[in-house]
Every structure is written in C-alpha cells, then in structure tokens.
Design a protein. Sequence first.
Lengths: 137, 77
Amino acid sequence: MVKIGCKINLIMEVVKKEFLDSFFNLFEAKVRITQFKEEQFSGMLKWENDDDTQDFKWYNIFSNEALVILKELCDLIKKYKLNDNDTIIITERELRSKLTSFNWDNNKIEKGIDALISISIKMVDDGEETDSFFMHF
Amino acid sequence: MVNLKESKFLIKQLSKPGSELTKKELKQLEKLVIKFGGKLRKDLNPVKGKINKPHVQVEGLGKSIESRHIWLKSGVK
C-alpha cells in the first residue's frame, strides 16, 4: 500500500516531468530524465533526424501551480504555432489577447507569461553548464 | 577542411558564456553554415525575456544546435 506522502511526492514529480515534456516540445525535443534530487533535474534531449543529443540541468524555482499553468501555456503556444524555436512570434500583447479569448483570467495570464519568460534550463556540455534554453518575445 | 560534425562542435563552443563574435567572425561563421546548407537566424533586438543581447542562431544543421545562442559584440549586425 502506498503512503499518502509518497503519493503526493509522486504527483509532484509527474507535474515536473509533464512540464519538461511540454517545454521541450517547443524545441521539438524528447526528454529523458536521468537524475532528480529535490528541485534539480538532469536529463538528455533527443531529436528526430539528429544523432546528436543534449544534456540539460534544471534548477526548479517554480511552484507546482505555476508549472501547471506554464505547461498549459507551452501546449497552447505549440498547438497554435506561436513560436519559432525560442522566439514567440507574436507580441506579448497579442499573446495576452489570445489567452483571454481562451478564458484565461488576468491572474493566470500574468503567472503564465511571467514564468515563461523567466524559465531557464541549462545546456550541459561535457559536465559544464554552457548555454540555456529559454523563451523570449 | 572542417566537416559538419566539427562545425556543430564549433557552434557549441561559440555559445559558451563570454564568447562574442566580431563582424568578421560572424561573416566567417555565416559562410561555414551556408556551406553545409544551413542559415543564420539573426535576433538583433530581443525584446523581452532572459536575453536582451543581440545573438544569432543556426538553422538547418540539426535541431540539437538550433537553440544555441551565439552572442555578438556590441554594434555587430
């Protein structure tokens, strides 16, 4: 029988994994998490038609609530083709307007966009943190 | 003669912190990328987000390097 504390931890980890899947979907990458400890996640990205992989490290600073909103935002950006790699191809104003039309309230829009432009996931080359994955307008 | 694998390695090196390309270096990089059928995507005026510095990214040489940010020295276009 699984204890309640363990179940909650498991749900929290699922939220983070699902967020990573959606975030890296913006970059057309598939995620494999290789290690996680508290709020640090390490893993590897793979792409179709590219033999090279990319290691990454993510130091999570967001609440699960923010990650759920951010995941939803990443999914919408992908679905409506609003990004070109790390660039959001519409203005922030246009994105806000689109989210309003999807019945997002102002608080959710604020949290989602703030999180989207704050997130930074490190690329790791030979164990060294180099560049980062992030989104910008 | 630099091959594609070496070019991708070079692009990764150029995206390390502290690396900033001069106009001449940018031209050389562009030539190399075009040689392998790719192109540079210039983002000289990122407006909001973690980055507000001009940079270029490489398209067409593989998805694994398309998110690399190659920073430019001030004034380089």
